[in-house]
Write a protein that binds this ligand. Structure first.
Ligand code: ADP
Ligand code: ADP
Length: 229
């Protein structure tokens, strides 16, 4: 479903130009939960952000369902980006909006033909009773559930997760892992997870790519057992 073909991207920093992503090739199947693991600065976020064209590779291509997403413009680019949801380490919620306002936000910005109802996504993440609360009144895990609901409401084909559990404690991490696995099944999504946490890869992903200094050094199958608590 997603074909990444010898992509590279350089940035210019204090010590000159360096390759943040260096000739990475990989394929991600539809409905796969795919991890990208590596140390801070390894190029994980940049690689993931090629998929929704928040970054454009200097070389190589990223194709989704056969379309080179780095070449999309205008409406075609917006339509592509509407197929892709994203969640973040620090949740990126608006503090002056309630849970339900945050979750509905994408629907205010764009017209989604396939969107889910507010009630469905709030029930799905277990936050129906917090819909009138503000982010400051929620725990970290609850904030991430809001982030997940905000992504799900648009019914994305692909969900990009950038360090989704890195700001959470261990128990909350596994709660969010469970919500993401359940979401993958219920909504038939492909999920891509950037993390530096090996236990998250083990609990959540089918396969993972290991990045080091921009290079893909390994792709591993995860022996996947549902997390036991
Ligand atoms: P279930 O949630 O039903 O136990 P899995 O979580 O193992 O199933 O798989 C969910 C989806 O991901 C399925 O559609 C499956 O085909 C796909 N999948 C599982 N493992 C892999 C893998 N290693 N590579 C690609 N796709 C996979
Ligand atoms: P990771 O997600 O693995 O921490 P990133 O993809 O965020 O890595 O970043 C890889 C490297 O590229 C880092 O050294 C980072 O500072 C640098 N980098 C990322 N984005 C930019 C940018 N827009 N401009 C300059 N340097 C960047």
């Amino acid at each position: 479903m997603i074909e990444i073909e010898t992509v590279s991207k350089s940035f210019t920093g204090r010590e000159g130009t360096f390759k943040a992503v260096d000739a990475v090739t990989l394929k991600i199947a539809a409905r796969e939960v795919f991890g990208i693991i590596g140390e801070s600065g390894a190029g994980k976020s940049t690689l993931m952000r090629f998929i929704n064209a928040l970054e454009i590779p200097d070389e190589g291509s990223v194709k989704m369902e056969g379309v080179d997403v780095g070449r999309l413009k205008g409406k075609a680019l917006r339509d592509h980006q509407k197929d892709i949801g994203m969640i973040f380490q620090h949740f990126n919620l608006l503090g002056n909006k309630t849970v339900e306002e945050n979750v509905r936000l994408p629907l205010m910005l764009h017209n989604y033909e396939q969107s889910l109802s507010l009630e469905e996504v709030l029930d799905f993440v277990g936050l129906a009773d917090k819909r009138k609360n503000y982010p400051a009144e929620l725990s970290g895990g609850e904030k991430q559930r809001v982030g997940i609901a905000r992504a799900l409401i648009t019914r994305p084909k692909v969900l990009l997760c950038d360090e989704p559990t890195s700001a959470l404690d261990e128990n909350t991490t596994y709660e969010i892992v469970d919500v993401l696995r359940k979401a993958q099944r219920e909504y038939d999504m492909t999920i891509i997870v950037v993390t530096h946490e090996l236990h998250v890869i083990k609990a959540l992903c089918h396969r993972a790519a290991v990045l080091e200094k921009g290079k893909l050094i390994d792709t591993v199958e995860v022996v996947n057992k549902p997390h036991e608590r």
